[in-house]
Design a protein around this ligand. Structure first.
Ligand code: ASP
Ligand code: MG
Length: 464
């Protein structure tokens, strides 16, 4: 059994849905399909939630109009002969849109937006897209069944907006629903991006979370393979927008993929590797829009495989990633490095704000906490207010970026760090901080944001 996941950029229009149906039909094995929302839908919902000024009747009407147009036009174009307003799919869409409308008005009237309501609203893109694909599959002669992940018991820890699945609790529930369908040759089409907490409330996995949903389903169903279908080929040696010569990486280990996904490379949701790694399930990242030519034997490559055991490449480095969305809060004081408990206390002030700490780099006189840019100001404010002992001052910096260099064997290879930093130095870039050794397959360092592109290109040139 395989789990196939299709992302929003692969779910553009009627033609792409038909293409996806062909990909699914072509597979000989049983499969479970996991979907994102149609392209752009989650963004629209999110921007309604983010801007209170939009939470009025006029904007709600506009938003619903746009979403309805997008979905119904795909449905009509993809299945012209099956379409009628009374078809099961059209009725389902209507029901879902009615519910969404009520929720949006609820937020507008109560002016109260809790994380719980926010997660519920933002989950609607997936609830809609699964119906469209199921309809297209049925039209193509494949039995299919829509499943909403929060209704089938994909139980999470309840952390709204950033939930993690409780694999052991979820497994029997999900198996009980999906296995009988597979036995009857019905393809389950499951919503990505969310599950439910123990009381059944919808909890999302954070943006891009459908990858993680698919990995979780692969885990709980003991899939032979997880295939993530995207609108691009897979992991590249660097961002091709910065390095035009960048090329596809054919094989990555779980660790390499996790490091590349965690910082920068917006290819996979950062949590994706964890559930598959626990069961050694191989992952393939493929390009939806190249699939036809591949099937015709005209294209052989175009795949990144993520495998339990990677390999050590000659030259070691497999990819250079970066993260622009980075800022640092510096906690300065002569004793912060050796006084026990300073870091713990700092973290205890920051985490209640729901802020994720991306990394920490410390020295004797300074603790550097790396955060997303939007979190820097608030985090610095609470740390100042906390008036921690031994801390002289708190400083912040936002115009920085992180560069990551990833490859199996990197920590063990003599002279590699020297080559990386020499390459950067040659183009006149100053490295502000370095973190090496925390992961055995990655180094990270921080440069001024203005030097980012130069640094990435310099490393790529030196190693590829
Ligand atoms: N639709 C969600 C998002 O855009 C989840 C996903 O695409 O994976 O973030
Ligand atoms: Mg998406």
């Amino acid at each position: 059994m395989k789990v196939l996941k299709f992302g929003g950029a692969s779910l553009k229009d009627a033609d792409s849905l038909k293409l996806i149906a062909q990909i699914i039909k072509r597979e000989k094995k049983d499969q479970v399909v996991v979907l994102s929302a149609l392209g752009g839908v989650t963004n629209k919902l999110e921007s309604f939630l983010r801007y209170p000024a939009r939470q009025n009747e006029k904007e709600i009407r506009l938003l619903l109009e746009q979403l309805k147009k997008q979905h119904y036009s795909v449905l009509k174009k993809a299945c012209p002969t099956r379409y009628s307003v009374r078809s099961e799919t059209a009725m389902a869409l209507k029901r879902i849109f009615n519910k969404l409308e009520r929720l949006l008005y609820g937020v507008s009237y109560t002016e109260d937006l809790t994380p719980k309501i926010s997660d519920l609203i933002i989950s609607f893109g997936e609830r809609l897209s699964v119906w469209l694909l199921a309809e297209v599959l049925v039209a193509a002669g494949q039995k299919a069944r829509v499943l909403e992940a929060d209704k089938i018991g994909l139980v999470t820890d309840g952390d709204f907006g950033n939930a993690t699945v409780l694999l052991e609790q979820a497994a029997p529930k999900v198996q009980r629903v999906i296995r009988p369908l597979l036995r009857r040759k019905i393809t389950p089409v499951v919503t990505g991006f969310f599950g439910c907490d123990e009381s059944g409330q919808t909890t999302t996995f954070g943006r891009g979370g459908s990858d993680y949903s698919a990995a979780v389903l692969a885990h709980v169903l003991n899939a032979k393979e997880l295939v993530i279908w995207k609108s691009i080929d897979g992991f590249m040696t660097a961002d091709p927008e910065i390095v035009p010569k960048a090329h596809l990486i054919d094989i990555l280990s779980y660790d390499e993929a996790a490091e590349l996904a965690y910082f920068g490379a917006k290819i996979l949701h950062p949590q994706t590797v964890e559930p598959v790694m626990l069961k050694n399930i191989p992952v393939a990242i493929r390009n939806t829009f190249r699939s036809l030519r591949q099937a015709q034997g005209k294209l052989s490559n175009g795949v990144t495989r993520i495998l339990p055991k990677g390999y050590e490449k000659k030259g070691i480095i497999k990819g250079v990633s970066y993260d622009r969305d980075l800022g640092v809060v510096k906690i300065l004081g002569p004793g912060v490095g050796y006084k026990p408990g300073v870091l713990r206390e700092a973290v205890s002030h920051i985490t209640p704000l729901g802020i994720n700490i991306k990394s920490v780099i410390t020295s004797q006189t300074s603790i550097n906490i790396l955060l997303a840019q939007r979190d820097v100001t608030v985090a610095a404010r609470v740390l100042k207010q906390a008036r921690m002992k031994v801390v002289d001052k708190i400083e912040t910096k936002k115009d920085i970026a992180l560069v990551g260099v990833v490859g199996e064997g990197l920590i063990r290879t003599k002279g590699l760090a020297a080559r990386v930093f020499a390459a950067v130095a040659r183009v006149g870039v100053n490295v502000e901080m370095i973190s090496a050794g925390a992961s055995t397959v990655a180094y990270y360092f921080i440069v001024q944001e203005k030097d980012l592109k130069k640094s990435v290109r310099a490393i790529h040139d030196a190693f590829f």
